[in-house]
Ligand binder design. Structure first.
Ligand code: DON
Length: 304
């Protein structure tokens, strides 16, 4: 496959498009990001790499971190985890409170905010030093110990975290949050404020394209059956109330973040990441979705 040629075509097409989306501003620190940043990186299971643009510049991974926290929790806990968080698409925005009330504090899935907060709660109950252990896990799947959480982004989100605090309070009233609300909120905001580049994220996402093994040192970090399940959750829930649209246009399991990143995988083939900060009204990178749609169209392959 002529991946670099295909990526070059995608870059040319995107540079000719207008940005109609908006950079996330409800976390003030994220509003400072240059809307014209654009990077893409493709990492194949045969270890070849392709990319363009700002592929090596770090950005705030935000909700993409929910895939990593889910993976860490699933590697440590048994299936009773899914008594506290379901695996159904929500069809609602990522930070919606509505379903939680009539579904008794059980979030629809681990990739919406409510579900990721429950996962953070389980990590706090399980890990000795949750923030450090979380970062260690990221270092392990990227083979890169320089990746860290950005304190300014953390502080900025912390000041405006009323909605996530209300999700936590509502779930706590149903008995589905075991730890102190501030402690859970802190871990969640910490993980969202982690910064990675497209190339680092593609390396990390290789475990989802490679049945739970890192490609750089062939270590089995999580079982293939758990990877199958995580990929299924990404496919059905990774884009909130746009999960159907992403499946329809792109046809790969993936996850977005309000920092403008999207990571996706083709099992057995590649991990691919794209970064373009302006978001569409559903909170997903507008040109990121376009780039991935063109990738599966121009290669002729998706999972479907
Ligand atoms: O909790 C929040 O609102 C952010 N830290 C993360 C949201 C996010 O990335 C949604 N994704 N598209």
């Amino acid at each position: 496959m002529q991946y670099q040629q295909i990526l070059n075509t995608i870059e040319t097409e995107i540079l000719a498009l207008k940005n109609t989306g908006n950079v996330a501003s409800y976390i003030p620190e994220l509003a400072k990001v240059d809307a014209n940043k654009l990077g893409m990186h493709l990492y194949c299971n045969d270890a070849s790499h392709y990319g363009f643009g700002n592929e090596d510049e770090r950005f705030s991974i935000q909700s993409i971190s929910k895939v990593f926290s889910l993976t860490l929790a699933m590697s440590l806990l048994d299936d009773t985890l899914f008594e506290r968080v379901d695996v159904e698409p929500s069809g609602d925005p990522f930070n919606s409170l509505i379903q939680l009330e009539y579904e008794n504090g059980i979030p629809r899935n681990p990739l919406i905010n409510a579900g990721a907060l429950v996962i953070a709660d389980t990590l706090i109950s399980t890990l000795e030093n949750p923030k450090k252990d979380f970062l260690d896990f990221i270092h392990k799947i990227t083979n890169n110990t320089t990746i860290k959480s950005n304190q300014k982004v953390f502080d900025s989100e912390k000041r405006y975290s009323h909605r996530n605090a209300s999700l936590l309070n509502l779930m706590k009233s149903f008995g589905n949050i075991k730890n102190d609300i501030e402690t859970v909120l802190d871990l969640y905001i910490f993980q969202c404020a982690i910064e990675m580049s497209c190339s680092e994220l593609a390396t990390a996402f290789m475990i989802y394209a490679n049945a739970g093994k890192t490609l750089f040192n062939d270590t089995q970090l999580i079982s293939p059956i758990k990877i199958k399940r995580i990929n299924a959750i990404m496919q059905t829930c990774g884009f909130y109330d746009e999960a159907g649209e992403f499946s329809f246009r792109v046809g790969l399991p993936g996850k977005s973040g309000v920092g403008g990143g999207i990571a996706a995988i083709h099992p057995g083939q590649y991990a691919v990441t794209v970064w373009s900060p302006p978001l569409n009204p559903k909170g997903n990178s507008e040109h990121g979705m376009y780039a991935l749609e063109r990738l599966t169209t121009l290669t002729g392959y998706s999972i479907f």
